[in-house]
Write a protein that binds this ligand. Structure first.
Ligand code: ZN
Length: 151
């Protein structure tokens, strides 16, 4: 398990240093902003969806390493997914970092690189940093004009 944790750490550091999909989209169909007052993380999410498929997604903003890495990993995982699949992924991810017991193999595989954030569970104060982008995604998909917060 130790090696696995090391690997996860590397994924987070890498995504924090060079976040994927960082910047605005040209013509997003959905936008939402998220704010985590506990940590001061702010992010804007830009989405392009067509026929219920997320064709493009990006984000910008500023926040701690966990919030940036999480948004980077999330946007990387969302492209080409249907909205339903995206919501399912959110549920899986939420279980991963909120539930006591360790997820099974199948569950981890479905999460792919997102599993790198599993260690956040041990730091309750950081859980909101990791879920901020997902809450923002949720409000973007709901077409919710108001901002998402983790509160
Ligand atoms: Zn944070």
């Amino acid at each position: 398990m130790f090696d696995l944790k090391d690997l996860y750490q590397e994924v987070i550091i890498d995504h924090n240093r060079s976040p994927r999909n960082f910047g605005k989209l040209e013509n997003p169909t959905q936008v939402a902003e998220g704010y985590n007052p506990l940590c001061g993380d702010k992010l804007n999410l830009y989405l392009t969806t067509k026929d219920d498929v997320i064709t493009d997604v990006s984000f910008d903003g500023s926040g701690c390493a966990i919030s940036v890495a999480s948004a980077s990993l999330m946007t990387d995982s969302l492209k080409g997914k249907t909205i339903k699949e995206a919501e399912q992924l959110f549920e899986n991810f939420h279980d991963l970092i909120m539930k006591e017991e360790n997820p099974d193999e199948e569950h981890m595989q479905a999460l792919g690189k997102l599993a790198a954030l599993a260690g956040v569970k041990e730091y309750p104060a950081r859980v909101k940093c990791a879920t901020l982008c997902w809450h923002t995604l949720h409000s973007a998909l709901q077409g919710d004009k108001c901002s998402a917060t983790t509160e």
